[in-house]
Design a protein around this ligand. Sequence first.
Ligand code: SF4
Ligand code: SF4
Ligand code: SF4
Ligand code: FES
Length: 761
Amino acid sequence: MSIEIIKVTINGQLFEVPKGARLIDVCREKGFDIPSFCYYADLALQASCRMCLVRIEKMPKLQTSCTVICTDGMVVTTQSEEIEKAQRGMTEFLLANHPLDCPVCDRGGECELQELTFDWGGLEERFTEKKNYYPEKYLSPMVANDPQRCILCKRCTRVCDEWMGEDAIEAGGRGANTVIGTYLGWLDCSQCGNCIEVCPTGTLLDATYRHQARPWELAQTISTCTYCSDGCQMSLGARAGELMRIVARDRYVNGLNGEFLCVKGRFGHPFVNHEERIRTPLIRYKKSGKLIPATWDQAIRHVAQRLDAIANDHGRNAVAIVGSPRLTNEALYSLQKFALELVGTQNYAAADAFSLKPFFDNLASPLANHRDIRHAKTILLIGGEPEELQPLTGKQIRQAVRNGGAKLIIVNSVPIRLREQSSQFVHIRPGTEDAVVLALADQTKDSFAAQKAGIDSSELDAARELIANTNGDLVVMFGGELSAQAQAVLAQSPFVLAGVGGRVLLHPLPLFNNSIGAHDMGLMDGPMTATEMLDAAGNTIRAMYVAGSFLPLHLQGREEALGNLDFLVVQELFESETTRFAEVVLPAASFAEIDGTFTNNDGMVQRVRQSIPPVHQAKADWVITAELARELGVDFGFQMSASAVFREIEARVPAYAGLRYPLLKDESSPVQAKHAISERRDITPEINALRQSVEAMTESGEKFGVTPKVGHELFKIGNLTDKVPQFHLLAAGNPRPETVRISPLYQITIDGKVRETVAGD
Ligand code: SF4
Ligand code: SF4
Ligand code: SF4
Ligand code: FES
C-alpha cells in the first residue's frame, strides 16, 4: 500500500510528511521541540495539559498539536512570544498546588516538570493561596506516592489500562482536589511500575529505591533484562559498585520495549549485590563434608584433574555439560566448545523447560518482532500465558487489540487474563493444544480434534474465518505445551495459512532470557535432555559440569540424582539445589557484571553490558570455562574479551554470520539473528505422528474455569527473586500493611513473617 505524501510548513521550512501524521510527532521528528505532559505516543489521547500549543495559519486560536492531524499545505509556527506566554501560563497553573520540593524529590534531576521550568527560567508564581497538602504514602511494596506533585496528565492511568489491562490506578476527587489513587488505597496489581516510569513528575516513585541516591550520582549502563525471553532494554543505574535501580526511561535507553518493564525487570535486581552471593571458589574435599573456600587456581586445577580422570576412566561421554538458558551466548557457546572440542563428549544440554529445536528445524517464516505483534491484525495464541511469563509480549498483544483493532484468538485450557481482550477464546481440555494444531494443519481432522479438545468443531471454523479475514499480518504464538511434532507442524503453518492478506509470522514463547540463544549455540542439539542426564547420573553419566542450575521441574522426583555422580562442578551466583551435591562451586558473575549478548524471543541479539565490577571474586561464566580449558591444555584464544568470543560465534553459527558487537551497539535498532527459513516440506510424517499422539489423548481432562490471579507466575519466588524482600511480600498475597505511611517492608514481624493484621491508612 503506497503512503500518500503531503506538504507542511513548520517555522518557515517546507517538509513532506505522510498523510495522517500527528502534528506533534512531525514537529519533533523535524527537530522542533514541543513541550508536552499528557501526550504519550501510542497511548490514547488525553489532551488536557495544553502545553503543546502551536499557531496554525488560518486557525483563530492557538492549537494543541497533539490533537491535530497534518493536512496538505498546513503552515505551522511552534515558537513565538505568544506561544511561550500561553505555555508559561499553563505551567503556572500546573504548579499552583505543587510543593516545589525538588531538593528532596527522588525525581529531581530527571523530572520533566522541573526541566521545563528550568529551561524557561524566571517562571512567575502569582498564587498566594494555601496549597493542597496530602501525606506521602505507599501504594504497594513497589510504588510510593507523593500526591501533591501530580499534574494530572493521566499517563499513569492510561499505561495501567492500555499496556497492562489492569486499570488499578485512577484519578479520584474533583477539581483542584483531584488526586491519583487506587481503589481501597492499596495496589492489588502486577506491580510493573510502568506508572512510575511514565510519570513526568515525582508523584509516583520507585518505593524500593526511595531516598537512596540522586539520579546524577548513578552511572547509567544500557543492558538487557536477565529474566524472561522478551529481552527488554533497560538502564542499570549504579553507584560505587552497587546496582541501585533499573529503569527504561527513554532519556537513557530506547529499546524495543520503550519505557515498559515488568515487576521482575524493574524491581528484581537486588540479588546482584546480595550478601548471600558466593564469594570465593569452594571445594568439598569429603562427600557430605562442608564446602571450603579455595583460591581460583586451586579450584580450577581440582576441576580439571577430576574431569580428566573421569573421562579417562569412564569414557568421554561419561562427562555431561549443562548450561542454563539464563547465561549469555558467549557463555553457552564456550560450554558447547568445551564439550565438543575439549572433553569430546556428546552429552551437552540446556537446562531449559522445553526445546525449540523442532520449531527452528522447520521454520517457514521470520520470527515476529515486538513491533510486528503490536501492529498485527490477527494474533493466534496457542497455550502459554504471556501476561505472566513474557509480560512485554502480553502488553504488545493487549495494545494490538485495544489501540490497533487486532483480532485475538486464544486457545488455552485456562481462561487466562488476556481472554478479556480476545475476539475468540477456544477453551480446550488441558494438554490438548496439539489437537488444535492438527486441525489447523489438516481441516479434515476437525471433528476428531474437536472431540479430543472438548470443543465444538464450529469453534475451529470460526477461528479459521477470523484468520482468513485478516487484513494485515497474522502472528502465530505458542507456549511450551506443544509437543515436538506439533512445534514442527506449526513452524510450517505459514504455508497452510498463507494468502490471508499479509504476512504470517511466528513467535515462540520460551521462558528464559536466553532460551533462543541456548538453542542457537547448539546446546539443544545433544542426544539427551537435562532430565535424561539426571536420570543417567551415576550410571552412564559419572561427572557433570553445570553452569547455572537445574530448574525445579528437572529435579522434581530426582532430588538426590546429583548425589549419584562421582563429580559435580557448578558455577553459580548463589548456593542452590544444584550446588547441594557439588564437589566444587565456582562464583559466577551476574548479568550486571559482564559483557555479552542475549537473544530474545524475536531472535534479536542484544547486548549485555557491564555496569559494575564483578562482586567479590566472581568471574564471567565464559571466562571460567576458558580457564578450565587452559588448565586442560587448550587455549580458546578469547584473550579475556567477550567480543572475541562473539567473533568466533559469528564465524561458526550461521544464524549469527555478519554480526559484530559494533553492529549491536544501538538498542533502538535491534538486529535479528538470521535463522534459516525452510522451504515448504512434506510434513506428512509429523502430521501422522501428531494424529497418533492426539488419538492417544483421553477425553476426561477438566477445563480450568477460573481466571488465575494476577502475579500467580510473576510473583513466584525463584533463585533470584528469593533475594528481593518485596517479592516475598507479593508472593505472600501482597497484604495491605498496618499503615501506608511506612514502607510495608518494615512492617513484618521479627521472624520475617508478614503481619496478618490489616488496618486502614
Ligand atoms: S504498577 Fe503497573 S499495574 Fe500497578 S498501577 Fe502501576 S501501571 Fe498499573
Ligand atoms: S501521577 Fe504522574 S503520571 Fe499520573 S497523572 Fe499525576 S503526574 Fe501524571
Ligand atoms: S518483560 Fe521480560 S524482559 Fe521485560 S522486564 Fe519483564 S522479565 Fe524483563
Ligand atoms: S500534550 Fe497536548 S494537550 Fe497535553
